[in-house]
Write a protein that binds this ligand. Sequence first.
Ligand code: ATP
Length: 214
Amino acid sequence: MTRRLGCFGGTFDPVHQAHLRMARAFRDELGLDEVRLIPAGQPYHRTAGPQASAQDRLAMVTLALADEPGLVADGREVARLRPAYTVETLAELRSEIGPQAELWCLIGGDSLEQLDTWHRWQDLLRLANIAVALRPGFDAERLPPAVATEWQARQVTDFSKRTPSGTMRPLALPPVDVSATDIRSRLARGASVADALPPAVAAYIARHGLYRTP
Ligand code: ATP
């Protein structure tokens, strides 16, 4: 059987319920054997750096996935001492699994809207397939023209035709209105975040006193 590996990168500052729902839908809708959640060490495309350290963000992802079959925390970007580009991470994963295996990369709809700003973005599709979790407010009309062209040309209607890389696919998961920005601001004002975080992550944040300042 061809191996099917999924990769889901993000800041995860902190990892939240929408990330988990996305990762589960990604695993289940695409029948993936394994999904790696890969926290960015030093995200290069953000103006402000993450608030929590890379080690804390990786620890929270590891806790969040403890009881999630097929979802695994992967610390490779945290271990890098310079900003990691997604294209490099995908190239590494591709060399680990070989040319025949299916590789999928999951992004949110807001990331799709900026895909053409990612380093060597067209190489992403040479290395992997891209799955997109639409976010509330997503509008395909707003995609930059070069991304819109790929988005239209690479969607496959016959899902029995699976390829190691090169296709794009929206997840059927209904959009979920949760963001790490909102969670951080709730934590800074002492408001409840119980509905938005896995309990082990909420406990870690409380224990380590994270996100107390805006
Ligand atoms: P922030 O609010 O700090 O930007 P975030 O949760 O949006 O946080 P990341 O932790 O970097 O951002 O998320 C990783 C990926 O998950 C990104 O591609 C982002 O678009 C996507 N994502 C996050 N939350 C959602 C959501 N509710 N629906 C769809 N995609 C999401």
